[in-house]
Design a protein around this ligand. Structure first.
Ligand code: FMN
Length: 191
């Protein structure tokens, strides 16, 4: 089986982020063929095309980090029925300068959790639209909208409900299969 490195974005900057707990759980439940590493977004200034000629260090680090991974995973809350501004800002940085879009042809998947019953479903539809424009091949199924109940995932990423743990394990296995199929169709070139 092929091995891949997945860079994951946590869409929340909150210290007690439930999506960060989810990201830790996914890291623990991912198949051994996937190496998981976070791509941090918290130090990025707000994007402007004034920076295009000379990206600041956090933005250069972001683009290098995306280039270094085979696929990206978005683990994000829904804010006001869309994605958090911090995550949109990170995607804007990654997508530019024009002609150097880091997401082009980079396989992606998304997942999120919120206390509400529809568990980030609306925000994810916005994210799908953004990533489509960025030309990222997206895993369409399985979808993952996780309703967070108290104690569902510990700070360390231990999932306390067996059926949820099983679902998340399946989700990561599906993502591995998806990445494999994308690269079978079109092998990665260069970095
Ligand atoms: C600015 C803001 C907007 C929010 N909007 C939504 C929303 O549209 N849908 C939703 O399910 N929860 C919404 N929430 C509640 C979040 O789901 C909840 O705060 C959750 O803990 C966010 O995930 P995080 O802890 O990983 O940041 C919102 C929270 C904030 C702070």
């Amino acid at each position: 089986m092929s091995t891949y490195t997945v860079g994951y974005f946590v869409g929340s900057l909150a210290r007690a982020s439930i999506n960060r707990k989810l990201a830790r759980a996914l890291t623990r439940l991912a198949p051994s063929e996937l190496t998981m590493r976070e791509i941090p977004i918290g130090e990025l200034p707000l994007y402007s095309y004034d920076y295009d000629a000379d990206y600041p260090p956090p933005a250069r680090a972001l683009k290098d980090a995306i280039a270094a991974v085979d696929a990206v995973l978005f683990v994000t809350p829904e804010y006001n029925r869309s994605i958090p501004g911090a995550l949109k800002n990170a995607i804007d940085w990654g997508s530019r300068p024009w002609g150097q879009n880091s997401f082009a042809r980079k396989p992606s998947a998304m997942i999120g959790t919120s206390p509400g019953m529809i568990g980030t479903a609306v925000g994810q539809q916005h994210l799908k639209s953004i990533l489509s424009f960025c030309n990222s091949p997206q895993m369409n199924a399985i979808e993952a909208y996780i309703q967070f109940t108290p104690g569902l995932i510990t700070d360390d990423g231990d999932v306390t409900v067996d059926s949820t743990a099983e679902f998340l394990r399946t989700y990561m296995t599906e993502f591995h299969g998806f990445i494999t199929r994308v690269y079978m169709a079109l092998p990665r070139q260069g970095t």
